[in-house]
Design a protein around this ligand. Structure first.
Ligand code: 4NP
Length: 157
């Protein structure tokens, strides 16, 4: 199963989400991330995101920002967006109902129906990154169970 995490710049939220979810899944799962804009393409994650992940023994320092591309809709099984604007932007790129069905709001899939957006910590401080980490960590616990269950009941390999 292949999972893609998406935020705006792919330097704060989705790199953290990628690192956290990967740490909770077996190696047979592929976890990647992308942004809806290409402004930070090629850059490693924001220093504060790298530091926050490292505080929890997760290394995201070698990730590189990239924009989402059309082939992602065929290559990935699940595309999880961090906020509603990301969701709208990603859905606007889909061309078929099958592609559309792969796109979800990450926290909503994890069961948060209120407060279903991961706040953007880019303009905040290290404490805001830690709050985002905690939000993503709790949601990733739920999603990792869900995904492993789906593989077992075998909807997706
Ligand atoms: P991200 O955060 O979408 O979580 O990676 C941001 C990164 C960059 C910018 C905004 C948010 N930016 O304006 O460059």
């Amino acid at each position: 199963m292949k999972i893609l995490m998406v935020c705006l710049g792919n330097i704060c939220r989705s790199p953290l989400a990628e690192g956290i979810l990967r740490s909770k899944l077996p190696d047979s799962f592929v976890v990647d991330s992308a942004g809806t804009i290409s402004m930070h393409e090629g850059e490693t994650p924001d220093k504060r995101a790298v530091k926050t992940a490292a505080n929890h023994h997760i290394d995201i320092s070698k990730q590189k920002s990239r924009p989402i591309q059309m082939t992602d809709f065929d290559q990935f099984d699940k595309i999880y967006c961090m906020d509603l604007k990301n969701l709208e932007d990603v859905i606007s790129l889909t061309r078929t109902e099958e592609q559309r069905q792969k796109v979800h709001l990450f926290l909503e899939e994890a069961g948060n129906h209120q407060n279903s957006e991961v706040p953007d910590p880019y303009w905040g401080n290290l404490d805001d990154f830690e709050k985002v980490y905690q939000l993503l960590d709790r949601a990733s616990n739920k999603i990792s169970h869900q995904l492993q269950q789906q593989v077992i009941t075998n909807k997706i390999r």
